[in-house]
Design a binder for this molecule. Structure first.
Ligand code: IMP
Length: 189
């Protein structure tokens, strides 16, 4: 595979098997909390596209999990330099599933400074779901600026910019099946 970049792909953090195992483990935890209940799984675009797909499939393989699973997406963006989120999240695309009285799980790729999830949790709580939980595949706790409740956490990552498995650098590298550090040019930091 050729990787064309202005930024170098650095240290491999998690390979495809480790990511798949973490997704299965998260699915087990989500299933246990939603046994026999209908679940709305809300993926946060674009980063959680792959994670949401894999999590929903892993959930369907659990026999005594949710009674049904509705998958929907919304999209949040934060303006800022390429490799750091700026901390001003706004909704770009809304989900179409009514959430009132439903059991909702947010599927997010990574918790970094926490502002995106803080914004989303507040925004979704206003829709009066029966329950609202947050599932993140990757967690970068060292960069947290606001405390956010995370109900399910997959893998911890160091304070570095990471790409792959949905996470991008300037829209590239989302398709990588693994998670790796990247060293963006100084000007982009
Ligand atoms: P937060 O608001 O800082 O927690 O950032 C959340 C969003 O920023 C994530 O959904 C990602 O889209 C993006 N993000 C944060 N850290 C990284 C990273 O290391 N690589 C790629 N995207 C990231």
């Amino acid at each position: 595979m050729t990787i064309d970049s202005g930024a170098g792909i650095g240290r491999l953090l998690y390979g495809p098997e480790e990511i798949a195992a973490a997704v299965r483990q998260l699915a087990g935890l989500v299933a246990a909390d939603h046994r026999g209940k209908p679940l709305v799984l809300l993926g946060v675009l674009k980063g959680a596209l792959y994670f949401t797909v894999d999590l929903s499939r892993a959930l369907s393989e659990i026999p005594d999990g949710p009674s049904e699973i509705v998958v929907d997406y919304l999209s949040v963006i934060s303006y800022g330099p390429a490799s750091r989120s700026s901390g001003r999240p706004r909704l770009l695309l809304d989900e179409t599933t009514p959430l009132e009285g439903r059991h909702v799980v947010i599927a997010e790729d990574i918790a970094d400074n926490g502002l995106t999830l803080e914004f989303l949790q507040a925004f979704l709580r206003e829709r009066n779901p029966a329950s609202l939980r947050t599932c993140v595949l990757f967690d970068k706790p060292s960069r947290r600026q606001v405390p956010i409740p995370l109900d399910y956490v997959g893998l911890t990552v160091p304070d570095a910019f990471v790409v792959g498995y949905g996470l991008d650098y300037q829209e590239r590298y989302r398709n990588l099946p693994y998670l790796a550090q990247i060293e963006p040019p100084e000007s982009q930091l």
